[in-house]
Design a protein around this ligand. Structure first.
Ligand SMILES: [Zn+2]
Length: 473
């Protein structure tokens, strides 16, 4: 069936213009004025904006962490994403010690089976580099995996030493793969956590004190330098503050292939949240910083020093001792209460996949910090380009997948965990007023969201096979 969206204003990273959009066979087949097509379903978008579906390249659905698991799976997380205007995402397949990459990848792809509603891909997290793993990396390209995630932090869990990171980056450069880096100095953090626990400094705020900005700054410059030596494309995830972004800028000014992401939580909150009685909701790594850094990150996004906004979506229940009702079913899983009385036992992570576009529009675009075009660029176009999905994803153009959000710039809503779609019993933006919301959300021409109505069918989301040698933005 074809769909003709009439009367809307298209916003891409580069342009703003009024035009009709014809969708046929899952793709945008024509864009123009006064389009007509016999038999097409006509959708009136008068007074509305047409945005490319958002792409969140940093999510952790069903991620095992400590002795629990993140509370959104590939169905609930996808439903939340769609209600927030996001139609594609990239999750992380994490290699366990002793395992091959293929086993890790297959395990992750199984999590999406029968559940996925939006389109999805995976980055490969390498945590155990053996000679056979180095040889296995090229086979990831056959599976459409063009990006590798590495950790400079989480000693004895995910962290690799600089020698292993260097070898993987050399390989990534040769194969045209992107390396995503969690850049924090793991040894420093490990020592500080142990010191604080031993000294009885167990309050939630010691999470931030154990992850100082200098540990992130040092690791970021180290990652940038390794990109300079190896020539590998580097994408530094979840950048939190001015001195960290300065290191990225240092590399970019010297022409190095390095790019960076921040996440909404770092734009809106400071470490003061950790002193609240419910501060565990804001425990994630790296931690929150200062108001000065919030302001700096907004400017860095607007001025092009940061290229993308991901979310690090990784929610846990705040009170896992009680079941949470989701679509009429009780859901219960240990959550943030595991760390009551000891910050080092709080599962690290919070939600964001539904909130990202909503918060960035209301407080970025509407408050004049980002143009609508820059909003599209950092939430969809750049993520698609950097990770080898463009122009299939990330724009509104003839031939692209029909991932379209009809955005009502005047619609309003108050954020609440009671009405959001993520499977969590809290929302860090609780009570925030939003102006500008998705009205209809299409993935490949299929309507998933219409106002408050949900039409998503589990199993309809598709795996995205990506291509290497993506551009440096
Ligand atoms: Zn993450």
């Amino acid at each position: 069936m074809s769909i003709l969206i009439k009367g809307g204003t298209i916003i891409t990273a580069a342009d703003t213009y009024a035009a009709d959009v014809l969708i046929e066979n899952e793709k945008i087949s024509q864009i123009g004025t006064d389009l007509a097509r016999e038999g097409a379903q006509v959708v009136d978008a008068g007074g509305k904006l047409l945005l490319p579906g958002g792409i969140d390249v940093h999510t952790h659905l069903s991620l095992p962490f400590f002795s629990t698991i993140s509370s959104d799976d590939f169905y609930t997380g996808h439903k939340a994403a769609a209600f927030g205007g996001t139609t594609s995402h990239i999750d992380f397949a994490t290699q366990r010690k002793g395992e091959t990459l293929k086993i890790a990848l297959d395990r992750w792809l199984k999590k999406a089976e029968g559940k996925a509603v939006i389109d999805h891909a995976v980055h490969m997290s390498i945590t155990d580099l053996r000679p056979d793993i180095l040889d296995e990396i090229p086979s990831m390209l056959d599976a459409g995996v063009t990006s590798i995630k590495l950790f400079m932090s989480y000693v004895n869990v995910y962290m690799l030493d600089d020698g292993d990171i260097f070898k993987i980056m050399e390989k990534a450069a040769e194969l045209g793969m992107v390396v995503l880096m969690h850049a924090e100095n793991g040894y420093v953090i490990d020592s500080l956590i142990k010191q604080n626990v031993a000294a009885g400094n167990l309050a939630t705020e010691f999470h931030a004190k154990s992850h100082p900005a200098w540990a992130e700054t040092e690791a970021t410059l180290r990652a940038v330098a390794l990109a300079g030596i190896t020539g590998a494309s580097l994408y530094v995830v979840h950048m939190t503050c001015e001195e960290v972004v300065d290191q990225l800028r240092y590399g970019r000014e010297r022409g190095l292939p390095v790019m960076g992401e921040t996440c909404p939580q770092y734009l809106f909150f400071t470490e003061d949240e950790l002193r609240r009685p419910d501060g565990a909701k804001w425990v994630f790594s790296p931690p929150l910083r200062t108001k000065k850094d919030n302001d700096y990150l907004w400017r860095a996004l607007a001025e092009g020093h940061l290229q993308s906004v991901g979310t690090d979506h990784c929610p846990f229940l705040f009170d896992g001792t009680k079941p949470l009702m989701y679509e009429g079913e009780p859901y219960q899983m240990p959550g943030k209460e595991m760390g009551a009385g000891d910050f080092s036992k709080i599962p690290n992570g919070t939600h964001g996949i539904e909130d990202r576009m909503l918060m960035l529009w209301s407080y970025g675009v509407r408050q004049g910090r980002l143009s609508p075009n820059r909003f599209v660029e950092v939430t969809a176009t750049n993520p698609a380009k950097i990770f080898g999905m463009y122009p299939k994803k990330g724009t509104i153009a003839a031939g692209s997948d029909a991932d379209i959000v009809i955005w009502d710039p005047e619609a309003t809503k108050t954020v609440s965990w009671k009405t959001h779609h993520s499977r969590t019993d809290f929302n860090i933006y609780e009570g925030t007023e939003l102006v500008g919301l998705p009205e209809k959300v299409y993935v490949r021409g299929t309507l998933l969201v219409d106002g408050e109505e949900w039409y998503g069918k589990p199993g309809s989301g598709r795996y995205l096979h990506r291509t290497p040698f993506a551009p440096i933005i």
